[in-house]
Design a protein around this ligand. Structure first.
Ligand code: GDP
Ligand code: MG
Length: 436
């Protein structure tokens, strides 16, 4: 994914004292490739890397900052600027505010209509939803179900096949009932087609919406950018909603769309549920793409690696005091799988800077692993059996000292005690009480 590729690109710069034309060019070539692979279009990627290069070469490298870190900072600032700098809010001044939702079939328009109503309701607004998809009866039903979930009214007219008329009736209904936001869901097509464009343009002309939000599926990559361009040429929309940015969706569309249509991304959809909606913050997206101080992705990475079933199994063992050196060894492998320790720690905001002078590397567990590997299967499964003579043999076998083996076994026993106490709620409560 993009993150891995950027990591690799930065490696080129790591350990080099100064930023020179040559090492920057090399790194930026890699970064450009990574951006292209993440669906960022060519023009955007090129402008972006040129800009970063100019800034990097023009800046003095502080001795305390490595070229890689400096470049990361420059890229973070540039990415943020590229995606609009600041978060862009909805214009809700008019009463009622009319919001038109546009986009292709399956983009997530109806889902977003429900989510937006939910969001605005939580802000104290009183929205009305208008079911403007006249081609699919199921679409009206879908909107009604979502509206009921979030507790807002829907205007629908299943007799009519006229989206413009329905939109106008909906607005009249909303005004009558003092709804201060009216959100008009519309039909889509599988691909861009003239009749769809003519129809939605007509709805726009007859309803004068204050906001026209173009909804697009982030998973469609470069197609998302092309579709955005066609809709914008025709509708001159006021903002973009990027849906399906959950999972491991490539974020490249977010970068390109803004630069191609020059309209702000206002929201991102991150799931199917009604609360899976976030205001789009360019700086957060930039950090997410670059992996700077991103606790969320740190947690996600940890979760990916830690199998839930294994965790439950482990819990059971701890409770029965069966946690042994085999489990301990597996735990170390889990931690190591999460990635380079130093990089991992660096993702925690505030810790990154501190870690600069601390020496943690992947060898941190080397001696521990060697000691465990020198135990017999019986010893691993029965930590209590490891007395003096066995410890001596293990030390010799692992190339460590007797004290190191004894220290590890002592630490392991302490850890096991604490784990057992924490797996028993009553004991854990007692333990907490005794803490200073
Ligand atoms: P429409 O045809 O544009 O109205 O699209 P829908 O709102 O019916 O959504 C199409 C499908 O995408 C549905 O199955 C939604 O549940 C799903 N969907 C919409 N938004 C998101 C999102 O942000 N994340 C995920 N994972 N699924 C979404
Ligand atoms: Mg729909």
């Amino acid at each position: 994914n993009l993150q891995d590729k950027l990591d690799r690109a930065f490696k080129v710069l790591k350990g080099q004292g100064t930023i020179t034309e040559i090492n920057v060019a090399e790194t930026l070539k890699e970064i450009r490739k990574a951006l292209l692979d993440a669906d960022v279009n060519y023009k955007t990627a090129k402008t972006f890397t040129d800009e970063v290069k100019a800034k990097a070469l023009g800046s003095n490298v502080l001795t305390s900052v490595s070229p890689g870190q400096l470049l990361t900072k420059i890229m973070n600032d540039e990415l943020t600027a590229l995606m609009g700098g600041e978060a862009s809010e909805l214009d809700l001044k008019s009463n009622p505010t009319i919001i038109l939702i546009a986009g292709l079939n399956g983009a997530g328009k109806t889902t977003f209509t429900g989510k937006l109503a939910n969001y605005l309701k939580s802000k104290g607004k009183k929205p009305l939803l208008v079911a403007g998809d006249v081609y699919r009866p199921a679409a009206v039903e879908q909107l009604k179900v979502l509206a009921e979930q979030v507790g807002v009214p829907v205007y629908a007219n299943t007799e009519s096949k006229d989206p413009v008329g329905i939109a106008q009736e909906g607005i009249a209904e909303g005004k009558k009932n003092n709804n201060n936001v009216i959100i008009i869901d519309t039909a889509g097509r599988l691909s861009i087609d003239e009749s769809l464009m003519a129809e939605i343009s007509e709805v726009k002309a007859k309803t004068n919406p204050h906001e026209i939000l173009f909804v697009v599926d982030a998973m469609t990559g470069q197609d998302a950018v092309n579709t955005a361009k066609v809709f914008n040429d025709r509708l001159d929309f006021t903002g973009v909603v990027l849906t399906k940015l959950d999972g491991d969706t490539r974020g490249g569309a977010a970068l390109s769309i803004k630069s191609v249509v020059n309209k702000p991304i206002k929201f991102i959809g991150t799931g199917e549920k009604m609360d899976a909606l976030d205001v789009f913050y360019p700086d957060r997206m930039a950090s997410r793409i670059l992996g700077m101080g991103d606790v969320v992705s740190l947690v996600e990475r940890a979760q990916q690696q830690f199998d839930e079933k294994e965790a439950a199994e482990l819990q059971k063992k701890i409770r029965k005091n069966k946690f042994d050196f085999n489990d301990f060894y597996n735990q170390i492998q889990q931690i190591k799988k999460m990635g380079n320790m130093k990089d991992l720690m660096g993702m925690i905001p505030g810790v990154g800077k501190m870690m600069k002078n601390v020496d943690i590397d992947d060898d941190a567990f080397k001696n521990i692993e060697a000691i465990i590997n020198s135990m017999t299967p019986f010893e691993k499964a029965n930590p209590d059996s490891i007395q003096q003579s066995r410890r001596l043999r293990i030390a010799k076998g692992s190339g460590t000292k007797l004290e190191e083996v004894s220290k590890l076994i002592k630490q392991f026993e302490d850890m096991r005690k604490v784990m057992k106490q924490f797996s028993n709620p009553a004991a854990a409560a007692q333990l907490m009480k005794n803490m200073p």
